[in-house]
Design a protein around this ligand. Structure first.
Ligand code: GLA
Length: 405
């Protein structure tokens, strides 16, 4: 009897361990918060705890935001054995990880394959294995790995004037950290940050690199022109996204800078259509109810997190209007109409929706995900929208137009 119990117990342990090892990370785009866009490298343990508390009290955690990611600025120096120490703003990283985990959240950290991060803090060059184990010991669940000084330290130093070799060296840096993370046996989301150089969507998901997400552009700023430029640069990348591997148009600026309510809504809608990681970048502990309402609009989050994982494509763009569509699980369709006009008259006249250009039949119902109303979509219908605003629709049972005879 004892033997049978022991056998069953060992089998359960083995199965459990396998199931754990096989747990896929980032099956849908990662959601959470990142310190950089608001705090930059002035971030502290207290700020991170406040953000974790706010994720819980605002309802954001329950809406899916679970990663609490500390970006650049947590690192101190290495000790005599080369082990990385946090700086004075982070007195006890393990205690901080425990605090975050106790709230049902996960911890993310940031490093660089170079000797220095972009902010001039200690990077992982030559210490990749040691750092990966350190992260796993702390209980880190997510790593953003930012190219920074690796460009000068290794790519330009070892291969001046040889772009092909430089690219191989860059890929090698991500391969090395992936192997180091894998050797820890802890599921850790691997976020590549190299600003979209050399088309990472083509190589970052390789099994020896294991990128769960990769930045597709340079840095975002809380300005409509930058957000629009990044969003429109994503046209053409849909084929590369899917469960476990996502294009990353950078962290959210919702609630930052001087973005208008329309711009915050359009930015959030666009990222949801793009199956982008939803990493809030604002001061969660002091956000306005309007910002909170946007970040927790569940029907919009559901577009981002749709299990099919198919990123939107641009259906058409005419002057001031851009129309994007995204197929959803079960045959549904998300449809986003953006007013990208910028002059002060933009929005003072209605736009017209062409269903025929989308291959859709006139006269079908759709759910407006911001006004929460059912609307009937009709060919050529006028849509009144202010500049930089969006109409985001979900069509649960889209009816295709009959092909012309
Ligand atoms: C780079 C990255 C940003 C941020 C900073 C930190 O600019 O692209 O997202 O991580 O470094 O220094």
């Amino acid at each position: 009897m004892r033997l049978i119990t022991a056998v069953i117990f060992s089998a359960a342990l083995l199965f459990g361990a396998r199931a754990f090892a096989a747990t896929p990370v980032a099956a849908t785009p990662p959601m959470g918060w990142n310190s950089w866009n608001f705090f930059a490298d002035k971030v502290s343990d207290a700020d991170v705890r406040a953000a974790a508390d706010a994720l819980v009290s605002s309802g954001m955690r329950d809406a899916g935001y679970v990663y609490v990611n500390i970006d650049d600025g947590w690192q101190g120096v290495r000790d005599a054995n080369g082990v990385i120490q946090p700086n004075a703003h982070f007195p006890d990283m393990k205690a901080l990880a425990d605090y975050i985990h106790a709230r049902g959240l996960k911890l993310g950290l940031y490093s660089s394959p170079g000797s220095k991060t972009c902010g001039g803090y200690t990077g992982s060059l030559g210490h990749e294995t040691q750092d990966a184990h350190r992260y796993a010991d702390w209980g880190v669940d997510y790593l953003k790995y930012d190219l920074c000084s690796y460009i000068q330290d290794v790519m330009q130093a070892q291969a001046p004037r040889d772009p092909d070799r430089q690219m191989q060296l860059m890929i090698g840096a991500y391969r090395r950290m992936h192997a180091a993370l894998k050797a820890t046996d802890r599921p850790i989301v691997f976020s590549l940050c190299q600003y979209g150089w050399d088309a990472p969507w083509e190589w970052a998901t390789g099994t020896d690199i294991g990128g769960n997400l990769w930045r597709t552009t340079g840095d975002i700023t809380p300005e409509w022109d930058r957000i629009y430029a990044i969003a429109t640069q994503q046209a053409g990348l849909a084929a590369y996204a899917g469960p476990g591997h996502w294009n990353d148009p950078d962290m959210l600026e919702v609630g930052n800078g001087k973005l208008t309510p329309a711009e915050n809504r359009a930015h959030f809608s666009w990222w949801a259509m793009l199956a982008a990681p939803l990493l809030a970048g604002n001061d969660l502990a002091h956000m306005t109810p309007a910002t909170r309402a946007i970040l927790t609009q569940r029907v919009v989050i559901a577009i981002d997190q749709d299990p099919l994982g198919q990123q939107a494509t641009r259906a058409y763009a005419d002057g001031e209007i851009e129309v994007w569509t995204r197929p959803l699980q079960g045959g549904a369709l998300a449809l986003a109409i953006f007013n990208v006009g910028s002059d002060r008259h933009a929005g003072s006249h209605p736009m017209h929706l062409s269903l025929s250009r989308l291959g859709l039949k006139s006269g079908q119902p759709a759910h407006d995900l911001w006004s929460n109303q059912v609307v009937t979509l009709v060919e050529g219908m006028p849509i009144a929208m202010q500049r930089h605003d969006v109409m985001l629709l979900r069509i649960d049972a889209p009816v295709a137009a009959l092909p012309p005879r």
